[in-house]
Design a protein around this ligand. Sequence first.
Ligand code: GDP
Ligand code: MG
Ligand code: ZN
Length: 294
Amino acid sequence: MKDDNGHFYNARMKGIFKIDDITSTNPIAVGDQVELEMENEVEESVTITRIYDRHNYINRQSPKGKHQQHIIAANIDQSLLMATLKEPKTSQGFIDRFLVASEMYHVPSIIVFNKADLYGKKETQRFNGWKEMYEAIGYKIILMSVNNNIGVEEIKKMLKEKITLLSGHSGVGKSSLLNIILPDLQLKTQDVSGWSGKGLHTTTFAEMFDFPFGGKIIDTPGMREFGLIDVTKQELSHYFPEMRVRLKNCQFNNCLHINEPGCAVKDGVINGTIHEDRYVSYVNILESIDEKSY
Ligand SMILES: Nc1nc2c(ncn2[C@@H]2O[C@H](COP(=O)(O)OP(=O)(O)O)[C@@H](O)[C@H]2O)c(=O)[nH]1
Ligand SMILES: [Mg+2]
Ligand SMILES: [Zn+2]
């Protein structure tokens, strides 16, 4: 537990905290603002007596059960997804699931493509295509190379004075980025030469770091992606901004945009205002929701 002056204490919880209406396996998360009572000044221990209302939080289903949730972080200003087009390759499906989750949590997102130094013609073309596709929807896309110092200053500017949740597959360069913008940190980076496609998870807890230039970043080493916990088939298209603006023009108000007549989303795909690849992601996620509820 850290106070406003940057001093650390051992903290204990007192009483039972009911947060929103969800059952959570961890009542307090990184990013929470709390009220403290000093317990023992010599031992520097405090008791948490109150958790302030969160303006948002990121959660996922707890391994303990379907109806339990695990809060990963609270009070986030933005989320930064780190992706790579080589070593390892991030799939569009992964990016789109991340964006859906960010929309659900009302957290604006930035996608940064790292390891630009490794990109050849094919990867550069793919990057340019995705940049155009995502920026047309309103997401910010940045090209970066931690190794060659490309795009790092741009990222720093975006992180200044904000609380940012950092995510992305293991091996994409998250620790490497934190190490160059937080020089005292020295996080262990991982050798990806033996890349298995799954990656190693060393920690499961979220950790928050302060920038010397203002702002904080939350690293979530154990989290591959946000869980799509509460999204229903019916809601899904609301979390695709380019679909959301067209929903009211569908003939049926419960349209899932698959086979229904008079579907404004499918019209959008046909006339090119909705990117076909985004529609494919939509259908894939829709089908995965089916499997889960069964
Ligand atoms: N070629 C290249 N390798 C990088 C870059 N950034 C990080 N790496 C390497 O990618 C590997 C994984 O990086 P790491 O920071 O541990 O990834 P994390 O799992 O996301 O924290 C390490 O071997 C890094 O040296 C980059 O911009 N270019
Ligand atoms: Mg790491
Ligand atoms: Zn429709």
